[in-house]
Design a protein around this ligand. Structure first.
Ligand code: NAD
Length: 462
């Protein structure tokens, strides 16, 4: 054991520099703590910045422009002939954005005097973290190690032809036929990217619906729209195996003939990263799904806190960030606040899908009485100008109090529109509060206003 006198001392050591860990480290440093942050990858930012949210959004934007150049501009009276794909340039642009942002986090660490350690950390008893031969001592430790792609037993991922999202963000050519396993966020976002670039995409989903967890009405509209874009869906299809054979991928589905494809994307969820952390040494425990057990204040054991994907809940970058900031503030003696009930979720397909709060199914299951207001983008002037009239906004409010319980959107810029609903819910707004707020005209946000009016009275334009 390395003597305590040789250990490096900090007030707080954060393990993991993803959106949860880096936010916690920076916030704690801003509040005066001496902070060390350990990250095993050379680049900071975690899955989100390196191989998740950011590179996928870069490819979603680029592929949308390519699709628009091919068949989305004529309606505007613009004829563009012969749009050509330069996949290498598209990938290089994506990589440039990732580099700029990961470098940005390194700059923020320097600016806020967060000490960075590169390597895989493990707990080394209470108050100690080991990184190779280096021992760090801290009265406070935050675990923010995130999650990694799950797989299906029998699916042999070779990291290339049959791969997870990391592989599918860097394929060197457009597959002629792509099979996506799983109709969640990753399957639909990356399936959309490759479909727009020319792949024939089939999505295999175990459930009888797409986008589990999303409001059912919104998911049904989404499926219809994705079908129109050329995505094929096989619902109730349980994949039991996949392998590369003779240069092709063979995918086995329970009770059906095997399917053949050039590439396969496995997008069946994510699992927490806890291997090798030596959690027992500090008394940290896991629940039956492998997530770190925490109390209401994110405390996992004496002197140890945990945040982000590794503790479960919604596996979303911004949820991890909110948790990281709240815990950092509490550790610095402030009243850190985190509300798991008001976390927006966005799927960046075209159109985008966004939601916050309860879905209609959840309200029904819980027996909560509610009113519902739905308004479509079809008659919205701005949506018409954008030539993006598909979709709707749904506002769910309590039948007696009118308090907004959930807002669900499929439509243009849904990911931006959900911010207003989130802010309103965070302040405990009623549907009438949203309906009586002046919304600029002509904007897409007027559809939210009309849906709110519809929840407690009647949309004006109805
Ligand atoms: P997911 O859990 O959202 O969806 C996985 C889907 O795979 C489910 O519908 C499931 O029924 C299906 N599935 C599982 N096993 C199967 C099998 N054997 N055969 C066929 N289908 C099967 O998971 P994901 O899409 O991989 O995303 C992982 C996590 O990352 C999610 O928690 C998601 O919220 C998050 N994420 C968020 C965003 C975003 O915010 N825009 C983007 C990407 C990922």
């Amino acid at each position: 054991m390395i003597p305590v006198s040789e250990a490096k001392k900090h007030d707080l050591v954060v393990i993991g520099a993803g959106p949860g860990g880096y936010a916690a480290a920076i916030r704690a440093a801003q509040l005066g703590l001496d902070v060390g942050c350990v990250e095993k990858e050379a680049r900071l930012g975690g899955t989100c910045l390196r191989v998740g949210c950011i590179p996928s959004k870069a490819l979603l934007e680029s592929s949308e422009k390519y699709a628009e150049a091919q068949h989305g501009l004529e309606v505007h009276g613009i004829k563009v002939g012969g749009a050509k794909l330069d996949l290498a340039a598209m990938m290089a642009r994506k990589d440039g954005i990732v580099t700029a942002l990961t470098d940005g986090i390194a700059g923020l660490f320097k600016g806020n005097k967060v000490t960075r350690y590169e390597g895989a950390a493990q707990l080394d008893g209470p108050g100690r973290v080991r990184v190779g031969d280096t021992v760090l001592e801290a009265g406070k430790i935050i675990i923010a190690t995130g999650s990694t792609a799950a797989s299906v037993p029998g699916v042999k991922m070779d990291g290339d032809r049959i791969g997870d999202s990391t592989a599918a963000l860097a394929w060197p050519e457009v597959p002629e036929k792509l099979i996506v396993i799983g109709a969640g966020y990753i399957g639909l976002e990356l399936g959309s990217v490759w479909a727009r670039l020319g792949a024939q995409v089939t999505v295999l989903e175990y459930l009888k619906r797409i986008l589990p967890g999303t409001d059912g009405e919104i998911a049904r509209v989404a499926q219809q729209l994705f079908k129109k874009q050329g995505l094929a869906f096989e619902l109730g299809a349980k994949v039991t195996g996949a392998r590369v054979k003779g240069g092709k991928c063979v995918v086995e589905v329970e009770g059906k003939e095997p399917l053949s494809a050039d590439r396969v994307l496995v997008a069946v969820g994510r699992k927490p990263v806890t291997d090798g952390l030596n959690l027992e040494s500090a008394g940290v425990k896991l629940d039956d799904r492998g997530f770190i057990k925490i109390d209401a204040h994110h405390r996992a054991a004496e002197g140890v806190w945990a945040i982000g994907d590794v503790v479960g809940g919604l596996l979303l970058a911004h949820k991890a960030t909110e948790e990281g900031v709240a815990v950092a503030e509490r550790l610095a003696g402030k009243a850190g606040h985190f509300d798991p009930a008001v976390i927006p979720a966005v799927c960046y397909t075209d159109p985008e899908i966004a939601g916050v709060g309860h879905t209609e199914e959840q309200l029904k299951d819980d027996g909560v009485p509610y009113n519902k207001g739905v308004y479509t983008f079809r008659s919205n002037g701005r949506a018409m100008a954008l030539d993006r009239v598909e979709g709707r906004v749904k506002v769910l409010a309590h039948k007696e109090t009118d308090r907004v319980l959930g807002v669900h959107i499929i439509g243009p810029r849904a990911g931006d529109l959900i911010a207003e609903a989130t802010a309103a819910m965070a302040f405990g707004a009623s549907a009438e509060d949203i309906g009586r707020v002046c919304h600029a005209h002509p904007t897409l946000s007027e559809v939210l206003k009309e849906a709110a009016l519809g929840a407690y009275d009647k949309p004006l334009h109805s």
